[in-house]
Structure formats: C-alpha cells, structure tokens
Design a protein around this ligand. Structure first.
Ligand SMILES: Nc1ncnc2c1ncn2[C@@H]1O[C@H](COP(=O)(O)OP(=O)(O)OP(=O)(O)O)[C@@H](O)[C@H]1O
Ligand SMILES: [Mg+2]
Length: 419
C-alpha cells in the first residue's frame, strides 16, 4: 500500500469511526472489563495505588473522551468528496495557481502528514495531503467540497500561458515513476514559408465553416516538417487556447484523467504531439476514449494528433468520426527553398545557398534542417561546417529509417513512414 493510500485508509477509518459511535452501554461494559485488575486492593502500597489510578484514568480517557483527529474534524464540518488527479495536483502547485485566488492554510495531521487547505474566493475548499516521509510530496489523492468548480479554478491559468499550455512528463521527484509537468508554449516568430502560412489560414477558415463541430485531424510526415508548427500557428493566428500534450505524458494519464483535464482546462485546440513516440502500447485506448469524449462534450474543439509514421496506428483510431481528416507534411519543396533562400539578407550568403541549391545539396532537407542551416550561417558559422554537420545527421537519420523499414518497425517500435 502506498503512503498516500495508507493515509487515505486512515481517513476512511476515521470517518467510519466518527459515524459509528459505540452505544453508551457498550462503552460502560468495555470500561468495566478494562478496569478489572486496575482497581486498588487492600495490600497495595502508595506507589501501586498511584500507578493503578493512572491506569484507570487512561482507561476512562480511551473509552469516553472523544478525541477528534484533523481528518475527523474536516469530515464532520464539510461534506467532502474524494478525488485523485496527479495532473491537477501538479497544475495547482507547480504553476503557482494555488496563490491565485486561494488562501492556503497548513496544519499537521500526523507525524508524517501535513494537511494543506485551499479556500477559494467563493468559500469552496480543497484539502491536499503533504506526505513528509523524507522529501515532502503532495499526494495525488485529495478532497474537495461538492460545489468546488475545477474549470473555474483553472480559468486564470490561460492568462499565464497566452500561447498555450504544454503538458509533458519527467521522472518523479520522489524517485518513483514519472510526474506531469506544465509549461508555457513559447511565443512563435511566424516566419513560416508562404505555403505553410496558406495551409494554416485555410485550416482556420475550414474550421470556422464547420460551425462548432468538433473535428480531429491527423498530421503525418517525417520529423522536422512543420506539423507542430502548423498547430501552434493554427491556435496562435485564430486566437484559441492550445493544450499540447506530449505523448511521453500519456502513460501516467489514464483516460478519465485525460478527459477530466480537458473538461477542466477547456482548451479550444488540443494537440496530442508525437503520438507514435508514446513509450507504451496501451495509450491507444486512452486516446480512443478521449476522442469519443471530446466529440460528445466539446463542441468546436479542434483536435490534432501528429505522427511520423502512420502505418502502425490502430485502424480503430483512424475510423471516420474519431479522426475526420489526414494531412501529409512532406519535406521542403524546391519552391519553398527558393523562398527561404530569397529571405537571406547577406548577399554573399544568399549566393552561396543558391549555388548549393542548384547543386541539389539541400535535397531531402526537412524544414528543421534547412532553417538551422540558414540561421547558423546568419550567425557567422562557416557554410561548409554547417552543411557538413547537417549532412552527417541526415545520413544517420536515413540509415535509421532504412533499418526500421527493413525490420518493419522503427527502433522504438513505431511503424514505418507512410508513402
Ligand atoms: N514552413 C516552414 N517555414 C519555416 N520554418 C518552418 C516551417 N515548418 C517548420 N518550420 C520550422 O522547422 C522546425 C521544425 O518544425 P516542427 O517542430 O513543426 O516539425 P515537426 O514536423 O513537428 O517535427 P517532429 O515530427 O520531429 O515533431 C521548427 O523550428 C519550425 O519553426
Ligand atoms: Mg512535432
């Protein structure tokens, strides 16, 4: 049993005990049997009499005095509900949301547990348990008053993250498993190529023409081809709230937890990024459940799922009505290369790039490679050094891809790229 679960078990026990107070007669009987043998006798000396008197007082205290624990106290006072959400606990404490419209109060619940009470402006309450076995850690199980409004509590978070919230994961601070992390999606400088910008503008127009229909699109293509940039641009240019969930966070987010997060955060654009890189196989059922849920509950939500390789995905996921559309993201076209080279300000560097392009030296470069080449040269790195390092990386990536295709799966178990 985990420490949090053990503590919860204690709480439930305390609640049961509080409800089931033994009848007075039974208490008397217990007290009577308990004090037999503790009553002072004729031959007792002063010390023995004193010890027995103390034992009697102890029996009385144990039987009749109603000692209230902190837990009993709060359960007596509020009609609390139990909830378990690792993501909400992280969101509440790690993003400083707890100081935004909440008053916090701490009180010791036992030698190893501290109770953190958070009272919202409208008087609703949350009770968290900080476990103090070694490094303090807030348990994922907590309690809340019945009318506590999670969506309302989380609303202010979007002000802190105007360009979107990025949910990922990292090894847990306690050393067991992983924990969710939340951070801001950085402000993007929109110097995407014209075709990429057109694509975003068209996607926004198509979405608003659907008039509130929840819509899900899968974006597929090799690494670095602009899939994530497309979704960032879609959210930014349409002024919508973006929640980006990295596939690495899926293992610790069960289907209910995922749905709860989406219900509470109310994003307008949801991105499940690098889905085929999820480190476990059973993420499929979570995403299936999530898609069914958001289709029913979140009108107007634009959901995107990005993958490098699509042929290993579950056909059930790709079924119409779960995913509605698929879009390919290929490597840069010759036209896009000309456009980006044309933007290079230094004439000598521009000429160098034009010459290399004419020699097909950028063939197969994805957007990330090509942008890196331009930026690094702009930062005065030597053109040949930059080309050398990017080409070595390309060669490695191509070898890995060829090996994955030969074995029928990528080294990490992901399937091969779509044709
Ligand atoms: N059309 C474009 N014009 C200019 N820059 C672009 C374009 N598309 C992508 N980029 C840039 O290339 C880099 C990689 O793009 P992005 O991260 O969107 O690729 P991705 O397809 O999501 O890759 P991965 O599959 O590895 O996640 C980013 O820095 C992005 O800004
Ligand atoms: Mg990406």
């Amino acid at each position: 049993m985990s420490r949090a679960a053990a503590s919860l078990f204690g709480v439930r026990l305390a609640r049961c005990r509080a409800r089931m107070k033994p009848p007075r007669l039974l208490q008397l009987f217990r007290f009577g049997t308990d004090i037999l043998g503790k009553l002072p006798g004729k031959g007792d000396g002063v010390v023995q009499i004193l010890v027995k008197a103390l034992a009697l007082a102890d029996s009385y205290e144990k039987t009749f005095a109603r000692k209230t624990t902190v837990y009993q106290d709060i359960f007596d006072r509020y009609d609390l509900r139990e909830k378990r959400s690792e993501a909400f606990v992280r969101l509440f404490f790690d993003t400083d949301l707890c100081h935004d419209g909440f008053t916090l109060r701490r009180q010791g619940a036992s030698d190893h547990v501290e109770l953190i009470e958070a009272v919202s402006l409208d008087g609703e309450r949350l009770f968290f348990q900080e476990m103090r076995y070694g490094k303090p850690e807030i348990a994922n199980d907590f309690f809340h008053t019945p009318r506590f409004d999670f969506a309302k509590a989380l609303r202010s978070i979007w002000k802190r993250y105007p360009h979107g919230i990025y949910l990922s994961s990292r090894p847990s601070r306690s050393g067991y498993g992983r924990e969710s992390t939340f951070c801001a999606i950085p402000d993007v400088a929109y110097d995407l190529t014209a075709p990429a910008m057109d694509r975003i503008v068209n996607a926004i127009a198509a979405h608003s023409a659907r008039k509130g229909q929840a819509w899900c699109t899968i974006l597929y293509g090799p690494p670095g081809t602009g899939k994530t940039a497309h979704v960032n641009g879609f959210a930014f240019l349409s002024g919508k709230r973006l929640l980006k969930i990295d596939a690495s966070a899926l293992p610790q987010l069960g289907p209910l937890e995922l749905s709860f997060l989406v219900d509470a955060l109310k994003p307008q654009v949801l991105l499940i990024d690098d889905f085929d890189r999820a480190p476990i196989d059973d993420t499929r059922s979570r995403v299936l459940y999530l898609f069914e849920h958001v289709k029913q509950e979140h009108a107007g939500l634009a959901t995107f799922i990005t993958v490098n390789r699509s042929d290993g995905l579950d056909p059930a996921l790709l079924r119409s009505q779960r995913i509605d559309d698929a879009e390919e993201f290929p490597v840069l076209t010759a036209q896009e290369r000309i456009e980006v080279i044309g933007r290079i300000k230094k004439a000598a560097l521009r000429a160098l790039f034009q010459e290399a392009d004419a020699q097909q030296r950028f063939a197969g470069f994805n957007h990330a490679d090509f942008m890196a080449a331009v930026n690094r040269c702009n930062d005065d790195e030597r053109f040949d050094d930059v080309m050398g390092s990017i080409q070595r990386l390309r060669a490695l990536a191509e070898a890995a891809e060829a090996a994955a295709t030969k074995s029928g799966a990528a080294p990490d178990g992901a399937p091969k790229a779509p044709t």
